[in-house]
Design a protein around this ligand. Structure first.
Ligand code: C2E
Ligand code: CA
Ligand code: CA
Ligand code: CA
Length: 277
């Protein structure tokens, strides 16, 4: 038994080392990803319940020469731990603003671009200045950009974050609370921050077809959000069935595979101007 235990330990240890090694390799690769132009954005459309596009969420992709396509769920945490999310996040914002500029040139400045912001970025001293500069340089209206923040970002430094977000809101940037319902969801956050949009996490969508209670729970979140004057986005909507239920309980916007996966910029453009193709 002892022998087996030891083998188990060795296996576990080897597994840990393997994981640590892989993380190190990926982080090193990520360090060069920007200059090697291995990063790019995909855009996932967000729709009203009647099928109009209201915006796109910018989602980062990494096509590494060494590792191939790496999932954001794998490399974003490494970018955060290493601090690389700071230069990468700046690049994401620049790219998103460039696309927003393109949309404005096509008289589609009412279609916003949603950009995910990491806690590390929000905490950085130069965050508000960087955002201000980037928006100005791109020549877009701040209202074309929406930031998506998760609750964990806010827990880390609530007062500091609130001040910064307030400044950005004052500029005209809008704010969405991402992955709502997964963390320490608290009314305090919702009421003390200049949030205009609430994104209900995909995990709820997976359950609303299971039964009445789950559906009522999401319905309550929607009602609560509406009471606070928020726009409600359901994310990760995959089926017509889910769509119908969300329409019934008063959801405002939909983002999910039922309409479109995240797509390249050129494809996103044809989504807005379907008559051109
Ligand atoms: P998120 O912000 O919650 O983004 C939504 C994720 O759900 C995306 O995964 C999207 O592709 C996926 N999704 C959308 N609709 C559906 C659906 O109907 N079904 C399923 N199964 N999935 C759906 P993705 O692109 O893999 O991104 C994962 C996470 O990585 C994001 O979660 C976000 O937290 C992070 N991320 C992505 N891009 C950035 C970025 O530019 N900056 C930062 N800080 N984080 C990013
Ligand atoms: Ca998001
Ligand atoms: Ca989300
Ligand atoms: Ca998520």
């Amino acid at each position: 038994a002892k022998q087996a235990g030891r083998n188990c330990w060795h296996f576990y240890e080897a597994f840990m080392l393997q994981d640590t090694y892989e993380k190190m390799m990926l982080t090193n690769g990520l360090r060069r990803a920007l200059e090697r132009e291995e990063l790019f954005l995909h855009y996932q459309p967000q729709f009203t319940m009647t099928g109009d596009i209201v915006g796109f969420e910018a989602l980062l992709r990494w096509n590494s020469a060494e590792f191939g396509l790496v999932s954001p769920d794998r490399f974003i945490p490494l970018a955060e731990q290493s601090g690389l999310i700071l230069p990468i996040g700046k690049w994401v914002l620049q790219e998103a603003c460039r696309f927003a500029r393109r949309l404005a040139d096509m008289e589609k400045e009412n279609v916003h671009i949603a950009v995910n912001i990491s806690p590390r970025q929000l905490i950085a001293d130069d965050f508000v200045d960087t955002v201000c500069d980037t928006i100005k340089k791109a020549g877009i209206k701040p209202g074309q950009i929406e930031f998506e923040i998760t609750e964990s970002a806010l827990i880390e430094s609530m007062e500091d974050s609130a001040i910064k977000l307030e400044e950005l809101r004052h500029m005209g940037v809008t704010l969405a609370l991402d992955d709502f319902g997964t963390g320490y969801s608290s009314l305090t956050y919702l009421m003390s921050l200049p949030v205009g949009t609430l994104k209900i996490d995909k995990s709820f969508m997976d359950k609303i077809t299971d039964g009445r209670e789950q559906l009522q729970l999401v319905g309550s979140i929607i009602n609560l959000g509406h009471t606070l004057g928020l726009v409600i986005v359901a994310e990760g909507v995959e089926t017509e069935n889910q769509l119908e239920l969300l329409l019934k309980i008063g959801c405002d916007h939909i983002q999910g595979y039922v309409f479109s996966q995240p797509i390249p910029e050129e494809e996103a453009i044809t989504f807005i101007f379907p008559r051109i193709i």
